[in-house]
Ligand binder design. Structure first.
Ligand code: GAR
Length: 223
């Protein structure tokens, strides 16, 4: 770890509870700083969370672009300008194209509400309930061009309860996200985590499988 905090740009589309968890972790000692927050939705609550902390915000409204690659090009040039060490997707609900993702390879993380590789895509809580799964959770992974398909670093699992509905399950998974994402970012910030040849390396050991935490364990260990 250098003396400088890890500089990050956070990409959001919605509520921004993960952004908030990251900002709270920074307050609690995570050696990183959010230099800007970018949203593809002008009304995202996450933008207000950032502004209330005097973090610069930018909007690239995807509806103003006729083509996906034009949106990507604009985002890519903004990221170039901001030049963060790490790009953090926190509820950013746009699929990013190949060339942008390749340029940020190994420097872009995403959080997804399922135990990847299971349940990529949308409506994960509903699909997990419908399938009668015993376990659900969230995953932090490096972003590749494959949707929700990049190398998984860490997962947190929660047990599905018999009386769970979509809202209760989502809320427990969200809780885990808020502990897991800052933890993984902390590893990056302290120079403990890298990506080499598409394999995450933590403390000089290859993570051939994602580290999986149980929710209570994760909460105890949270920053
Ligand atoms: C989170 O549950 C995150 O995992 C999910 O969006 C939500 C954003 O919540 N992301 C994806 O589904 C990406 N595939 P937030 O805006 O409150 O952080």
């Amino acid at each position: 770890m250098t003396d400088q905090p890890l500089s990050m740009v956070v990409l959001v589309s919605g509520t921004g509870s993960n952004l908030q968890a990251i900002l709270d972790a920074i307050d609690a000692g995570l050696p990183a700083q959010v230099t800007a927050v970018i949203s593809n939705r002008p009304q995202a609550l996450a933008l207000r969370r950032a502004a209330s902390r005097n973090i610069p915000t930018r909007v690239i409204d995807h509806r103003e672009f006729a083509r996906r690659d034009e949106f990507d090009a604009r985002l890519d040039s903004l990221l170039d300008e901001l030049n963060p060490q790490l790009v953090v997707l926190a509820g950013f609900m746009r699929i990013l194209g190949d060339s942008l993702v390749r340029r940020w390879h190994g420097r872009m993380l995403n959080i997804h509400p399922s135990l990847l590789p299971d349940y990529r895509g949308l409506h994960t809580h509903r699909r997990v309930l419908e399938a009668g799964e015993r376990w659900h959770g969230c995953s932090v992974h490096y972003v590749t061009a494959e949707l929700d398909g990049g190398p998984v670093i860490a997962r947190a699992r929660v047990e599905v309860h018999a009386n769970d509905d979509e809202a209760s399950l989502k809320s427990r998974v969200h809780h885990c996200e808020h502990a897991l994402y800052p933890k993984v970012i902390d590893w990056v910030a302290r120079g403990r985590l890298k990506l080499a040849h598409d394999t995450p390396i933590l403390d000089n050991k290859q993570l051939r499988q994602a580290l999986t935490f149980d929710a209570p364990q994760l909460m105890e260990e949270a920053l």
